[in-house]
Design a protein around this ligand. Sequence first.
Ligand code: CTP
Length: 220
Amino acid sequence: MTKRTFKGKTILVTAGPTHEPIDPVRFIGNHSTGKMGYALAESFAIRGARVQLVSGPVNLEAKHPQIHVTAVTTAEQMYEAVKSMAATADILVFAAAVADYRPKVVADKKIKKSGNELTIDLVKNVDIAAALGKAKKETQFSVGFALETNNESENAREKLQKKNLDMIVLNSLNDPGAGFKHDTNKITIIEKDTVTAFDLKHKSEVAEDIVNLIWERVNA
Ligand code: CTP
């Protein structure tokens, strides 16, 4: 049994993609599997935390009894769920791959094929991490994720500040074996004054590394 316990702490984790409906049979989504968020939830729960896992549509099951799952579909639903639970959370982890835009109009009937081109107007979704960052309490610790292809550290640092996060976990798409479709990940954790790089590892081990560093910071 590890000494790095989160007993008595409530952790809010977002995970998976969001699906933004176009019509009754189609949606805009992304390749997120939710594995990273679920691995984090598991790791916190094993260390004694109560975990509120707000999850987009995934093929995963949270097994630990200390993990309470709220299943959502869209970014708006994820935001509403997170907002209602945020005040009681000690640590917030934004691991979801939230769709940045949603169709402006959702057709109530299946869109039929017609013409050679189809244009769908999109409107911006709420930035959940940024909105919660604005309401963050002095005692709360928050962690975001960033997936970048270029200017990685610079972009991650900008997000750290813009979303009022304490820590950002950077996945680089330039690293083979890292990202959406793999069971492994290679991360760099960026904080205001510190950069910590890790090797390519299984996502459950990556979750351990992240949770260990969070523990160090909240118990410093
Ligand atoms: N995030 C969020 N709500 C959104 C978009 C992102 O909570 N609508 C969170 C993600 O969970 C992640 C972090 O913000 O922790 C970074 O997401 P990312 O998509 O990389 O950042 P964006 O601000 O959307 O920037 P861009 O897509 O332009 O790189």
